[in-house]
Design a protein around this ligand. Sequence first.
Ligand code: F6R
Length: 617
Amino acid sequence: MCGIVGYVGKQKAAAILLEGLKRLEYRGYDSAGICVQQSNRLDVAKKVGRVENLVKEAAKQRFTGTTGIGHTRWATHGGVTDANAHPHVSCDGKIALIHNGVIENYAQMKSFLLGKGYTFQSQTDTEVLCNLIAYHLAKEPEAQNGTNRFVECVRKTLRHVEGTYGIAVLCVDYPSEMVAARKASPLILGVGDGEYILASDASALVSRTQNVVYLRDGEIVHVTPVSFAITTLDQIDVSPVVDKITWSIQDAEMGDHAHFMEKEIFEQPTALENTMRGRFSEDGSTAQFGGLNISAAEFRQVERFVFCACGTAWHACLVAEQLIERFARIPVEVDYASEFRYRNTPLDPSTLFLFLSQSGETIDTLAALREAKRKGYKALAINNVVGSTLAREADGGIYQHVGPEIGVASTKAFTSQLLLGAMFALYLGRMRDMSYSDGVRLVNALKGAPDLVRKALREAPHIREIARRYAQYRDMLFLGRLSLFPIALEGALKLKEISYIHAEGYPAAEMKHGPIALISEKCPSVIFATAGEMFPKVVSSMQEIKARKGPIIAIVTEGCELPPGIADEVITIPDCHEAVLPIVASIPVQLLSYYIAVERGCDVDKPRNLAKSVTVE
Ligand code: F6R
């Protein structure tokens, strides 16, 4: 949600900022802007719409400076206008600032500043911050104890702030310097060869350096062309740790694909291989994880899990719940992180928390983690982005290792979470009652997942044909049973978020309790009819739909015989172990949603109103 980039170095900043913004655009695409320090001026270009609009706007000016900041906006306070686009400049022209987050007490600060004669050009909460920094700068002209006045004014301002922020600030009086700070919005400082690049995530800086410092909440970084220094809001020095990003710029590029979503769907076999690499025991009967930081003895004391997540990651939790309850016989409760954080759920001491998040920056998931930890519970995380806030704040966890996921609609991160949920169920099961031979069978099944996904992907041309026939419907139902019910939810979410077709996911049998009223020739149902004990029951649901003239797209496992004529379309997936089935069954619904959205001419990678990482409440 909002992308931030900053540059201090020897190169012309504008081109580097624009390049970074293109890579961050998936975080917000309402407007974009840059500000470059040009000797004694702060020159700004900003424009509503995509970064390509900003590129044209910026071309009208001559940006030669080597220090600058840039921003892509996902609007919160104030409409989508040029005036509300970032960077904002203080009314005295001294301070330029970009911001990701929400300043909750901006109204009080604004009326204070209005009383002091400060003026505002926008409706944003952000503009208050730059005017407040300018106010402090004007009020305290002298440096104190050799400290940098620019940094101190930012620090002073942030002490008054309630809310969340990732900010980067320039000051006309401090050419070639940048100050940045974070609270609940991600910021990374790339340490390059004679240059520093600040960004909301690594994709914006990995083309220039793989050496990064992950800033933590409450930290302020002061960057000059030759050095950087980190302090806390309380003015305590922080020794920076420089980490290395393990992926390269090619991983964040689209290659021959039409969209990142398509690329990421087809990357899934490799992504799953990377997720499981080195994570099975030598005897081949269980999973092993390096970073859980919880002993087997402690795991044995766990009597209940609470899983929290949002959106697609929440669907992955629902599948993991079923597998853990089945293989390890430990009760699992799944909660929306946004609900958990405000409810007062009764918990007993033997509860262990697990938080799932691709980005590791979703604000509700982080708040739920903090709430669990505040109550004294241990919290684990499954997370893709290395060094994320979630990864750092959890007591232990498992990285997904699927590389950057850029498409706003999550695909490869989801199936990797499904795989890790199954591996975690195996790990816990083997600590309890699962036998060696059952463990070996499950390990072998999980190892086969990438090839089964490859096979499922071969149906893509057939699914594309189906998508052509169904792209103009207005409503769709997705139905599945047991572990395929969460995949029905996920299919419905994928379809609605990228194609804007209204879609709902239900357990197939639940249809009779309400959703059946929607069935008509105008409302198709996508229904999982896979081999197993539920097959005859799902076929009954299909009969009920057919009796009401509802079109049916059936997703069946190889060898399943449907009654003749019952399905209008049939998509076949390979038959597989129950722990792998949700992974394989995800492929056709991802492809169907993707091709329908393409057919409807939707902007698949940047669906309207959405942003990849939800860092505001
Ligand atoms: C949907 C989607 C979202 C995310 C949700 C949580 O395709 O991607 O529903 O799953 O915003 O994001 P993370 O996993 O980053 O916490």
